[in-house]
Write a protein that binds this ligand. Structure first.
Ligand SMILES: Cc1cc2nc3c(=O)[nH]c(=O)nc-3n(C[C@H](O)[C@H](O)[C@H](O)COP(=O)(O)O)c2cc1C
Length: 414
């Protein structure tokens, strides 16, 4: 089982930070299906958190059910990052993470994200300063219990908020409805471990693809140096910065980091896990300790549950029913309304319905996929929540199908 410093995760599967997509509502839906060892916020600007800007505070929103949770910070100034880490501890983080992999210009031009892969000295200095600050942020035992999720996840109340999904997920039928959560989410403490809130770092293999190809990727070296200054775990997205999201994840690159740290800290592999078997392959071929899933979960928030079951038993669970999938979309929409507002919920559901829709198409008798373009369009053009609910209900009862399928729907982000 995966352990990050003093945090023993319930599973070795993690929800990736995906800026603009992994909000509190989405993390909640993934957790409700089960199998999530740790979920992370989107990348957060420490300056924004310290100034209390509305966007940063929205992105950092969490609650007792959303535990254990990682809060990811980006930046390049060790002192500001340290103050950001303190803020994160004071506002609900179970783990603090530093972004060392973001390839976006807005972040790298200010020397943050992936740019740290070109300045290892700075990367390590930031990590060392943040570790030092975290050691000065003690939490009470009661608060630590909350951070691990033990209080919320262990009680019967979860049946209403999670697998029960009663009332709010009115379309859900079958095995998951009203059932006990079969896969836990809560972490447990490691006895007598120091420094409650651990630091992790998320990186890519290196900046230049030629460096990786010639065996000179910096990630193995960087991971070792981070372990030396007290970082409790690293996540490696098996692509270079230059690759952005193109090409395939390089499992050999992740394996080199695993080999380099030699068991001193856990290594979490990341990239292209879309099915339970992908996670099994990543674990087997790289020797990594855990698997982080991003885009695969956008299409299937239940992927953690399915994957955990597969890793435990070698058996694939049956696919969800259409009612359960529609119920999941509705649940996500309702949670966004609850945590944010109708405007946000309408905007968010319109931009990401293609992800959910990927898993809602049925195969026709002639082998082709049924077209559900009218459904996606109905969701995208809905102006009020009532219209969204009507579209879900129409689709559930067999409508909003047909027409010509738009094959470009498959990739909306990255
Ligand atoms: C739209 C988008 C936004 C992302 N935002 C972040 C982010 O805020 N922080 C981060 O560390 N990685 C971010 N990532 C990278 C993912 O966490 C992950 O490393 C990458 O998508 C590969 O994993 P996957 O194939 O499972 O999606 C983002 C990826 C995408 C596609």
């Amino acid at each position: 089982m995966l352990r990050i410093g003093p945090v023993q995760l319930a599973t070795n599967l993690l929800l990736a930070p995906i800026a603009g997509y992994c909000d509190l509502a989405f993390r909640t839906v993934c957790r409700e299906w089960g199998g999530v060892g740790l979920a992370c916020t989107d990348l957060l600007s420490p300056q924004g958190l310290l100034r209390g800007t509305a966007t940063s505070l929205d992105l950092a929103k969490t609650n007792d059910f959303d535990k254990p949770v990682g809060m990811q910070l980006y930046g390049s100034d060790p002192e500001i990052m340290a103050q950001g880490a303190r803020w994160a501890v004071e506002h609900g983080a179970t783990v603090v993470d530093i972004n060392m992999g973001c390839p976006v210009d807005k972040v790298t031009k200010k020397d943050g994200g992936s740019a740290l892969l070109t300045n290892l000295e700075r990367a390590v200095a930031i990590a060392a300063r943040v570790v030092q600050e975290l050691e000065r942020c003690p939490l009470s035992a009661e608060e630590w219990g909350r951070r691990l999720g033990t209080a919320t996840h262990a009680t019967a109340g979860i049946r209403d908020s999670a697998f029960g999904i009663r009332g709010s997920m009115q379309y859900a039928t079958g095995a998951s409805t009203n059932a006990e959560p079969r896969i836990p989410n809560a972490a447990s403490p490691v006895p007598n471990a120091p420094c409650p809130v651990p630091l992790t770092c998320k990186m890519r293999l290196c900046w230049h693809t030629t460096d990786f190809e010639s065996g000179a990727a910096c990630s193995p070296h960087l991971a070792r140096m981070l372990a030396d200054v007290g970082v409790a775990g690293v996540t490696v997205h098996g692509r270079t910065t230059e690759m952005k999201f193109s090409g395939n994840v390089q499992l050999a690159g992740i394996a080199r980091v695993v080999e380099s740290v030699n068991g001193r800290i856990p290594v979490i592999g990341n990239g292209d896990v879309k099915e339970p078997q992908d996670a099994e392959r990543m674990l087997r071929e790289t020797g990594c300790d855990g698997v982080m899933i991003g885009r695969g979960a956008l299409a299937a928030p239940w992927l953690f549950r399915q994957t955990h079951h597969y890793l435990q038993t070698g058996e694939l669970l049956p696919d969800l029913t259409l009612d359960e999938k529609i119920g999941t979309v509705k649940r996500y929409f309702d949670l966004m309304r609850e945590h944010r507002d109708d405007r946000y919920a309408m905007w968010q559901i319109a931009r990401r319905i293609s992800w959910f829709a990927k898993k809602m198409q049925a195969r026709l008798p002639d082998g082709r996929m049924e077209s559900i373009k009218p459904f996606r369009e109905a969701v995208r053009t809905a102006k009020q929540p009532e219209q969204l609910y009507e579209a879900l209900e129409a689709f559930r009862t067999g409508g909003l199908r047909g027409g010509i399928e738009d094959v470009s729907m498959t990739e909306d982000v990255a």
